[in-house]
Design a protein around this ligand. Structure first.
Ligand SMILES: Cc1cc2nc3c(=O)[nH]c(=O)nc-3n(C[C@H](O)[C@H](O)[C@H](O)COP(=O)(O)OP(=O)(O)OC[C@H]3O[C@@H](n4cnc5c(N)ncnc54)[C@H](O)[C@@H]3O)c2cc1C
Length: 483
């Protein structure tokens, strides 16, 4: 297996697949290949058991600034619009109530300020501030057994999209494969990329592929490939594994707790599984691990490739982990995966959402969870909160911790614009057609069903760096205002 292509995309998770969809359907690029090392598409972080299944709009993520929320919102609307268009029977997603919960005077005051004074009620017109009684109507277990004197406030929205990102990835691939000139190779591991006079040779365990232009969308491994090519030297990764605990039927929708501001990992939340609303998931935890993929010991070596084993990397790790908030948090999280002890230690997080939960109600979800590649800036010796992009001549590397799945289409849109520049006018991108199949299908008005906590089928239903080395700014808002 090998071939010659205009564009080769490395990685068959939601980032690579959404780019394949965007370029194959909305441009006239002729020969495109996607290479995935696993036998299955979306086997790593995009698999539905390995992430939190949340379509992040920025409305209930209290660690996002208004600016970040505005940025993420558009990406979420694109994906929600795609799902509304292709998945009317809700096989890949559900739509349920979603809220962020504040309990006690301090939390309530902080959430009220966010809603009324910091612009969130204007940015998210469907977001409503609700009190104890309305919370109890939507999520009885959140109120049951709670101290009646404790003040409660929630910001609630019907835009609670719960997404099977794995199935969505497969849907993008199916759409792409329908187009002539598109090839998808699974079970094909990229071992190196060399740049030649007229493009790239991508070495794989199934033979070489030649490409004029390449996009590496291989999760944490994108940085490894970049470093092999001599790029991304001012970056390292802090891999943070996230696990989940399962309980029976506690919640109808998503209930987030208030975020600790300095933490790059989403606050623990509870939500009903995308395909089975009788299962409530709590998590994710945040445990530092020296691997790039969950439970894959073979990726320890890959971790050391991206770590860099140099003074700057060690100093960066030291600086980050010396933080007064982060260090105790990281240490506590080491405990949660230990049998029995971990469950006991995690229970207070569950009780923050469901006060009546008992130890016997929760079980650690075996085989669930993934590894978030948090980006470390080894020059600033700090943790960057968000995705990273390295753009070089005719090649892009995407490293995609949360909310990478939510913003996949926005990222694909931007990359497609960049690709058109790489191809120097040879091909065109029909952005209007892209909008028609994605963001134009996002419902702007609140629909009555979802507000009540269930969708029509009866199913109930951060990080902040867009970084680039050559072209730092991803440019202005990519979607033109619609008439
Ligand atoms: C615990 C947890 C919770 C999360 N929750 C959310 C959430 O609720 N909402 C959200 O938006 N995001 C969430 N995320 C983040 C989200 O899962 C990722 O941003 C998203 O899945 C990234 O997709 P990707 O395609 O970039 O990476 P991946 O899905 O990891 O795909 C990368 C692919 O590249 C392949 N690959 C790697 N190396 C090679 C190679 N050498 N050759 C060929 N192929 C290769 C891999 O096999 C893999 O299939 C969460 C992540 C975790 C870990």
């Amino acid at each position: 297996m090998s071939g010659e292509y205009d564009l080769v995309i490395i990685g068959g998770g939601i980032s690579g697949a959404s780019l394949l969809y965007t370029v194959s359907k909305f441009t006239d690029v002729e020969r495109i290949a996607l290479l995935e090392k696993e036998d299955e598409i979306a086997a790593i972080n995009s698999h539905h058991t390995n992430n939190s299944q949340t379509l992040h709009f920025g409305d209930i993520e209290t660690n996002y600034t208004l600016e970040k929320a505005d940025e993420v919102k558009e990406g979420a609307e694109m994906l929600a619009g795609y799902l509304e268009n292709v998945d009317p029977d809700r096989e890949m997603h559900s739509k349920r109530s979603k809220m962020v919960l504040a309990v006690g005077d301090d939390e309530v005051e902080s959430l009220e300020r966010r809603y009324h004074d910091e612009g969130f009620s204007e940015l998210f017109p469907k977001l409503e501030a609700i009190g104890r009684e309305e919370i109890a109507e939507l999520e009885p277990k959140v109120v049951e057994g709670r101290d009646p004197r404790a003040e409660m406030l929630a910001l609630q929205t019907p835009d609670g999209y719960v997404v099977d990102y794995g199935e969505t990835t497969k849907s993008f691939i199916r759409d792409g494969e329908k187009v002539d000139g598109v090839d998808v190779y699974t079970g094909t591991t990229v071992t190196g990329i060399t740049e030649g006079y007229d493009g790239f040779t991508i070495e794989t365990d199934s033979g070489p592929f030649d490409a004029d232009v390449t996009v590496v969308a291989a999760g944490s491994h994108s940085l490894q490939v970049a470093k092999q090519m001599g790029y991304g030297e001012n970056k390292s990764l802090l891999p943070v594994a996230g696990s989940f605990f399962l309980a029976d039927d506690f919640l109808n929708g998503k209930v987030y707790t208030l975020q600790m501001k300095k933490l790059p990992f989403a606050a623990v939340h509870g939500d009903a599984d995308v395909h089975d609303d009788s299962v409530t998931r709590f998590g994710p935890t945040a445990k530092l691990v020296p691997t790039l993929e969950r439970g894959e010991i073979s990726t320890v070596k890959d971790f050391f490739d991206v770590f860099g084993l140099n003074v700057d990397s060690f100093l960066s790790y030291g600086n980050i982990l010396a933080d007064r908030i982060l260090l105790p948090y990281v240490l506590r999280n080491l405990v949660y995966d230990i049998p029995e002890v971990g469950k006991r230690a995690f229970l207070p997080h569950v009780q923050k959402v469901v006060p009546s939960a008992e130890l016997s109600d929760i079980e650690r979800a075996k085989g669930y969870g993934g590894v978030r590649p948090q980006i470390v800036d080894t020059e600033a010796k700090s943790l960057d909160m968000g995705e990273a992009k390295i753009t070089k001549e005719n090649i892009i590397f995407n490293i995609t911790p949360s909310p990478g799945a939510s913003t996949c289409l926005k990222n694909a849109y931007r990359d497609t614009q960049q690709l058109m520049e790489f191809f120097d006018g040879e091909y065109e991108f029909d952005a209007a057609a892209f909008r028609e199949e994605t963001i134009d299908n996002f419902p702007r008005e609140a629909d009555a069903d979802a507000g009540s906590g269930s969708d029509s089928e009866g199913e109930q239903d951060a990080e902040e760096t867009q970084d680039s080395e050559d072209s730092d700014d991803l440019g202005p808002d990519p979607i033109e205002p619609q008439p």
